[in-house]
Design a protein around this ligand. Structure first.
Ligand code: OOG
Ligand code: NI
Length: 458
């Protein structure tokens, strides 16, 4: 088949993301409420804060904001992870970053599947945070064996999905009808199942070891456990949630409120109690929750180091992890500590704390003479810059999200067990370095400015 008949992976992802959102709205009605709240708050921000609206217009984020989602799944075996990687590749998503959650008491390690090029992100900014259960961290050998044998028996992909993945790999893409079939078939992997594959007693055994182990092992597939929209004002969301009957977690994860947001701020509401048919009897399980996020500037290694230091310093002063009881104190300590992180784009740029995108201005395009350096172009008003948005996740925040849904008392100890090589081996691919991706994106925008400005000079 000629390549021009293939649907682009970006459009397959856009279709899949829309289908996933529709499915999740039907499965979890509260998600629909959350979407309405987020779009109302975003509309207000766009109307009341023209400087925010203008920045989003420069970067094009204004067009992608409504589509923007991330989901999360947890798989049980290396084979499942590898096939998930191939499935996401059909829709132009690649593994980016390695996250070790074991140090936070969650027996998984993870990556984020996402588009890597700014143009692809613009078409469909859809990501899936994907965790692999680490059975090797379970210390009870009998239970480890039980989990392994249950997982080995399940097939989380439909036969047709597997066939279409293979076809896409061999032929280099999918035509319209196959792409549609692929979206429909792939969606099955992410569905919720009311029936467990284990007895109530087996579920309890797995659950007693760690609630997350039961969530991964006891079901037919890796149900999507949340689907997160992006807001422009997470403080407004946090305040507005109770009035909509959605109780938020105690603190917003990530950096404090800023004029120029950095990285990622997230809040969530507690998992739902869902009724489950175990093989022998009826019971319940909590897995799915709601999450909202606000995204800001991607930080350079220097900026990230400063962020990590300030976050650690805040937690040291707090004397523990933030929870219900110390939430107010934590949020005010956080704001105080982060005064050391300049809240000004010019300073952030001059100090090399964040990545940026550069755009030729009207003035620059009309000018006959161009200064020779980027600094000169900015100085002359020929080039405008905006922060490059963070497209990834934060391990401390992710741990906080996991924890708030496992209950603050559900802490387990696994020590620090980062093992990126083992994860990549299971995945069958290396995970990409997010910092390199931001640096490349920044560089492309500078090159595009130079081309646009010099072309008009002749
Ligand atoms: C994933 C939690 C991490 C985020 O936004 O940091 C995450 C999970 O609970 O499976 O989604
Ligand atoms: Ni999330």
């Amino acid at each position: 088949m000629p390549a021009e008949d293939f649907v682009s992976p970006d459009l397959i992802r856009a279709r899949f993301s829309a289908a996933m959102s529709l499915m999740y709205k039907q499965e979890v009605p509260l998600y629909g409420t959350l979407l309405a709240l987020v779009s109302e708050v975003n509309r207000q921000v766009m109307a009341m804060r023209p400087e925010v609206a203008e920045a989003l217009r420069w970067t094009g984020e204004v067009e992608r904001l409504d589509q923007e989602r991330h989901g999360a799944i947890r798989v049980g075996t290396a084979a499942e992870l590898a096939t998930i990687g191939r499935l996401f590749a059909v829709m132009g998503m690649q593994p980016v970053g390695y996250y070790d959650l074991s140090s936070a008491g969650v027996p998984v390690h993870s990556t984020a599947f996402r588009p890597v090029h700014e143009q692809a992100l613009h078409i469909s900014p859809f990501r899936v945070f994907t965790s692999l259960l680490r059975l090797e961290l379970i210390d009870d050998p009998d239970l480890r064996e039980l989990a392994r044998s249950i997982l080995d028996k399940r097939q989380i992909f439909t036969p047709r999905a597997l066939q279409l993945i293979e076809q896409s790999e061999q032929e280099g893409g999918l035509n319209d009808a196959d792409a549609q079939a692929f979206v429909d078939e792939a969606l099955h992997t992410f569905r919720w199942h009311h029936e467990a594959t284990v007895t109530a007693q087996e579920y309890q055994q797995l659950h007693d070891q760690h609630r997350l182990i039961a969530d991964v092992v006891a079901f037919k597939g890796p149900h999507i456990n949340h689907l997160t929209p992006r807001t422009l004002d997470i403080d407004a969301i946090q305040l507005g949630m109770p009035a909509h009957g959605i109780p938020p977690k105690a603190v917003i994860e990530g950096p404090p409120t800023r004029r120029h947001p950095i990285l990622l701020r997230q809040t969530s509401f507690k998992a739902l109690q869902e009724s489950i048919a175990f093989r022998d009897t009826q019971g319940s399980h909590t897995a799915r929750f709601g999450e909202i996020e606000q995204r800001g500037a991607a930080l350079t290694p220097k900026g990230r180091l400063l962020y990590d230091q300030l976050l650690d310093a805040t937690r040291d002063v707090l004397g523990g992890v933030p929870a219900e009881s110390n939430a107010d104190r934590y949020m005010s300590l956080l704001a105080e500590t982060f005064r050391a992180f300049p809240d000004d784009l010019r300073q952030m740029r001059e100090q090399g704390l964040a990545y940026f995108r550069y755009f030729p201005t009207e003035k620059g395009l009309a000018a006959k003479e161009q200064p020779e350096t980027l600094e000169g172009l900015i100085e002359a008003g020929h080039v405008h810059f905006e922060a490059l948005v963070y497209e990834d996740f934060l391990p401390v925040s992710a741990a906080g999200i996991f924890q708030s849904n496992l209950g603050d008392d559900g802490q387990a100890e696994y020590g620090s067990n980062a093992n990126r090589e083992a994860f990549e081996q299971a995945l069958g691919m290396v995970v990409q370095d997010e910092l390199a991706l931001y640096a490349e994106s920044e560089k492309r925008s500078i090159e595009a400015c130079i081309i646009a400005l010099n072309r008009l000079e002749q």
